[in-house]
Design a binder for this molecule. Structure first.
Ligand SMILES: Cc1ncc(COP(=O)(O)O)c(C=O)c1O
Length: 401
């Protein structure tokens, strides 16, 4: 068995990578945007290298073999029986989320969204001439750990006549919750009762420390009411290769989705298909090992913060490589995103950037209930994670005495 190395620091500076190259500080530690500082699985690199030996990159067919591989994978992981024609390939999950909104609504309708949430969920309705019905998740602190729960009454009350879609994030970014089958079923049943279609963004489904349940597997009726979005992009650290897919088992809904995205969303490129096939056919062992590594990084993050940074209350994520930090005890947090200086710097939390030379996501962009919060990406070599946490601890000590 190959043992994969996630400890070696790979310098990403100078590769036009958004995580590092928007800063000019050579020793900044970057724990913001959701990609990993680990090499992609060798199976992916090999598949791409082989394809690059052919020098023509013309229009490509969508890969029938990949459809079969995905169906086999969904059956193996979730006992979910999907047929190849129920899959729609797209270059990105955010584009698919937007296509879902267009597929089921008319301008002026509403999209139901939990907050806090990955920022494109909040921005997308308006771009499609829709409104948001936002409903806050309920923060609960137990033994110094923050965990979010669903207020089902508030969830149902947020639905009105114009609500056509529930944009669900499962597992949830930024809270790291893996919704239980019971939580998913209750939300899905409320949606069905009110004629609201579910778009279940499951991009983080593979990076989990506890079992994940795809919403559509809960019942045939729920499957008929659900658009599921998945991708190998987070899982195998290949987000810039542009491949994702939607599973839509309701033929009418699928036709509306395809009509909404056709000509608007570009085709997947040949390197996206090639990487996805390489990952799904040769990346299993790498994935198992990266999850083990991430679990230890998660535990280190939680432990260090709870023991040494009393000003912060962290989540202990059940999935994703993102810890959500309640820093509301720090008056200086968040700053003025509009004064950040550039579109990218808006995303960065200014206190830890300036005082610790550590880049975290600014919680401000995740909705009103993200004010006073920051998001930390722990998918990096452990020595760097330790160093980042130590810098944060020192900055807090200096700021709060
Ligand atoms: C929940 C969620 N959806 C979608 C995306 C981005 O997907 P894509 O790059 O395929 O548009 C992310 C990236 O962090 C995410 O966390």
């Amino acid at each position: 068995m190959t043992t994969y190395d996630f400890d070696t620091i790979i310098d990403r500076r100078g590769t036009d990578c958004v995580k590092y190259d928007i800063f000019d500080s050579p020793d900044l530690l970057s724990l913001w945007v959701a990609d990993m500082d680990f090499a992609a699985p060798p199976a992916v690199v090999q598949a791409l290298t082989e394809r690059l030996q052919h020098p023509i990159f013309g229009y490509t067919m969508d890969m029938p073999r990949l459809r079969e591989v995905i169906c086999e994978r969904l059956a193996r992981l979730y006992n979910w029986q999907v047929t190849p024609d129920e899959i729609v390939f797209l270059p990105g999950v955010v584009a698919a989320l937007n296509a879902s909104m267009r597929a089921v609504s008319e301008p002026g309708d509403n999209v139901l969204i939990h907050t806090p949430i990955y920022p494109p969920f909040l921005a997308s309705p308006e771009k499609n001439r829709l409104h948001s019905n936002t409903v806050p998740l309920t923060p609960v602190v137990t033994d110094g750990i923050l965990r979010y729960e669903i207020d089902f009454d508030a969830f149902e009350a947020a639905i009105n006549d114009g609500t056509k879609l529930f944009a669900l994030c499962s597992p949830h970014n930024p809270t790291g919750r893996i919704w239980t089958p019971d939580e998913l079923r209750r939300m899905a049943e409320i949606c069905i009762a009110h004629d609201v279609v579910i778009c279940s963004d499951e991009i983080h489904a593979d990076l989990v420390f506890e079992p994940h349940t795809p919403t559509a597997t809960l019942s045939p009726e729920i499957a008929q009411n659900t658009i599921t979005l998945m991708a190998p992009s987070k899982t195998y650290n290949i987000p810039s290769l542009g491949f994702s897919f939607a599973v839509i088992q309701n033929a009418d809904l699928r036709a509306r989705f395809v009509a909404a995205e056709g000509f608007v969303v570009p085709h997947v490129g040949v390197l996206g298909y090639t990487a996805a096939l390489g990952a799904y056919t040769g990346g299993d062992e790498w994935l198992a090992q990266v999850i083990d590594y991430l679990r230890e990084n998660r535990d280190l993050t939680t432990r260090t913060i709870t023991e040494h940074m009393p000003q912060i209350i962290p989540t202990h994520p059940e999935g994703t490589y993102l810890t959500w930090l309640d820093c509301r005890d720090l008056p200086a947090l968040n700053g003025d995103a509009d004064a950040a200086g550039s579109e990218f710097l808006k995303w960065i939390e200014p206190f830890f950037l300036k005082q610790a030379n550590v880049a975290l996501n600014n919680g401000l962009l995740f909705g009103e209930d993200g004010v006073g919060f920051a998001r930390l990406n722990f998918a990096l070599p452990r020595s760097q994670l330790r160093e980042a946490l130590e810098r944060m601890r020192r900055a807090l000590e200096a700021a709060t005495g």
